[in-house]
Write a protein that binds this ligand. Structure first.
Ligand code: HEC
Ligand code: HEC
Ligand code: HEC
Ligand code: HEC
Ligand code: HEC
Length: 441
């Protein structure tokens, strides 16, 4: 019991947090000294936990304040809101940077310290004492004790260990994997989507899919136990020089391979005199929350649909990219300048943020969102009609369908001043399928 006396409350760290603020520690210098001790740099865990370190170091958690897109978006947000965002973004992407006062006005200028530049570091999770879904981690242990899911840890000279059953539950991820913006709107909701699905009753928390385990020592020289992977891949990969980019891309592809069941519904023989109607049915089979999820304003999951005749002429196409790499919809310069027609048949699964009824680029100022993602075990149908005029001289129609997924639309990177990174942005093929239709008079 006694050790809990050392846990200091840090409520109200995040702007937009609705809890009553607790008094701040005596002075910034005192508290900074305490936090420097608490937020042990991950490099110090490496000698005893080399595998955990290697995996974490290539994860998006380690990339959270390395990510140039994060910084560009945060800076743009601070400008748009006249600085009102304050610590909001940094307090979740690097709680240590926020608590150590390394970004006093919310923006990182210059180098971060070894305590904070790891973003979501080992200690961020293993010294978390409390979190509120959507508001990040609200309390850290300040006594140096690290919590985890090992019931009977072997003692070591570096840190005391304590078992905390929440490490086996989704609750340990909930603080950050729901995001409530400064207007009080739940804008990102991976945890809530999971909670409202059938996965909790099937006893499948985030860890079941994102932290697969093997039998191996969890510390050098220690006994063999369940060692959980700390890579935690999703869809995102580093766009800068960062360890493990290729390995992460392979793991993402592996996770996406079984994510969906896709079927093309159309007659095998159809009259040439009528439009050929095709439905593409997309079923979320293994994603433990909506697909996509989280920062759905950036994510693009879409259907590429191409109908050709036996000579290879295109009869109808949707989901193709303009010369900038953008889909021919909102954000395409080619469509906006009237150089290409908009893709009216496009099936795009993402989210759009609104403010005063108008679509906006970033979520922090949103007062409403439109969610076009696919919940677990639900289907969405994309419909196409190949016009009869295109069928007149054809004997057969070949339908090729691909479901494609990427973390960012190129126009967003360009708007943030990072157009140079577009070339490094992978597009994953989630599913490929095809169908042939024979035409009759
Ligand atoms: C001197 C070696 C050493 C260092 C340095 C070290 N650990 Fe450990 N750690 C251990 C040993 C030994 C265990 C227990 C292994 C066992 O019981 O199988 C352990 C256990 C743990 C556990 C499991 C606790 C539980 O009860 O579930 C966590 C979490 C952990 N360490 C995190 C860290 C983090 C984070 C750091 C860096 C801040 C770190 N360790 C640094 C040796 C070390
Ligand atoms: C049943 C398996 C399963 C469970 C349970 C699960 N996930 Fe996922 N998750 C996936 C798969 C598969 C993907 C890849 C598809 C994707 O990127 O959306 C994914 C993707 C993600 C992404 C990237 C989403 C995006 O579109 O940007 C995040 C973040 C994530 N998961 C976090 C979580 C959290 C947090 C939990 C627990 C609340 C959780 N997941 C539970 C399977 C699961
Ligand atoms: C995003 C949160 C998060 C971060 C960051 C994180 N861990 Fe963990 N860690 C967990 C969770 C959750 C578990 C327990 C998984 C389970 O039992 O289902 C765990 C388990 C462990 C264990 C117990 C053995 C095992 O594999 O289950 C050790 C040791 C450990 N982590 C060390 C580290 C070290 C060292 C780092 C940094 C290099 C780190 N962790 C970063 C969440 C995190
Ligand atoms: C302190 C906040 C925090 C906690 C706690 C946390 N995460 Fe994260 N997580 C983040 C941030 C921030 C990112 C995105 C970093 C970036 O790319 O800039 C992220 C990224 C991810 C991704 C990759 C998403 C993608 O699109 O590729 C997955 C998967 C993920 N987290 C799973 C988990 C799981 C599972 C847990 C619980 C065991 C967890 N996280 C706990 C903050 C957190
Ligand atoms: C409550 C925690 C939290 C807050 C606050 C937060 N984020 Fe995040 N952020 C996350 C998590 C978790 C992810 C990963 C979700 C996913 O991949 O779907 C993420 C992902 C991102 C990504 C995508 C990373 C990538 O490279 O794909 C960017 C960019 C980002 N956040 C910027 C911001 C900005 C800017 C703010 C402030 C306006 C902010 N975040 C506030 C938790 C947070």
């Amino acid at each position: 019991m006694k050790r809990f006396a050392f846990v200091l409350a840090l409520l109200g760290v995040l702007a937009g947090c609705h809890e009553a603020p607790t008094p701040a520690p005596a002075s910034r210098t005192d508290s900074a000294a305490i936090y420097r001790q608490v937020f042990v740099p991950p490099e110090q865990c490496q000698p005893c936990h080399p595998d955990h370190y290697r995996e974490w170091a290539m994860s998006m958690h380690a990339y959270a304040v390395v990510d140039p897109i994060f910084h560009a978006m945060n800076e743009q947000g601070q400008q748009i809101t006249g600085g009102r965002l304050g610590q909001f973004c940094i307090a979740c992407h690097s709680p240590a940077a926020s608590l150590l006062g390394e970004a006093p006005d919310g923006v990182v200028r210059g180098e971060l310290s070894p305590h904070s530049r790891g973003g979501v570091t080992c200690v961020t999770c293993h010294a978390a004492a409390a979190q509120v879904p959507g508001h990040g981690i609200t309390q850290f242990r300040l006594d140096g004790v690290l919590s985890g899911s090992v019931i009977d840890p072997v003692p070591n000279t570096f840190h005391a260990s304590v078992y905390d059953r929440r490490f086996e539950q989704s609750e340990v991820c909930a603080g950050c994997h729901d995001v409530v913006n400064p207007r009080g709107l739940l804008v990102e909701q991976t945890f809530t989507e999971w909670k409202n699905s059938l996965y909790p009753v099937r006893d499948l928390p985030c860890q079941a899919c994102h932290m697969k385990w093997v039998y191996a020592p969890i510390a050098v020289g220690g006994p063999v136990r369940r060692r959980h992977s700390h890579i935690m891949e999703g869809i995102d990969v580093a766009l800068t020089d960062f360890p493990g980019r290729e390995e992460t891309m392979q793991l993402i592809q592996y996770a996406l391979d079984n994510a969906l069941i896709v079927s093309v519904e159309t007659p095998s023989v159809a009259p040439r005199t009528q439009p050929l109607e095709v439905a593409v049915n997309i079923f979320n089979q293994t994603v433990g929350h909506n697909f996509p999820s989280g920062t759905i304003f950036e994510r693009q999951l879409w259907v590429e649909f191409i109908a050709t005749n036996e000579r290879g002429d295109t009869l109808l196409a949707s989901g193709l990219l303009d010369p900038n790499g953008d889909l021919r919809t909102t954000g395409s310069e080619y469509v906006e300048r009237g150089l290409m027609p908009p893709d009216t048949a496009l099936a795009l699964f993402n989210g759009v943020a609104y403010r005063h009824g108008r679509p906006i680029d970033f979520f922090f100022d949103a007062d409403a969102i439109v969610d076009r993602t696919i919940p677990p075990f639900e289907s969405r149908i994309a419909r196409y009609a190949v016009p009869a005029t295109a069928l007149q001289t054809a004997a057969t129609v070949q339908l090729s369908v691909r479901i494609l997924f990427r973390a960012f639309p190129p126009y967003v990177l360009r708007k943030l001043g990072h157009g140079d990174l577009v070339a490094k942005l992978p597009i994953f093929t989630v599913k490929t399928t095809s169908e042939t239709v024979t035409l009759r008079d």
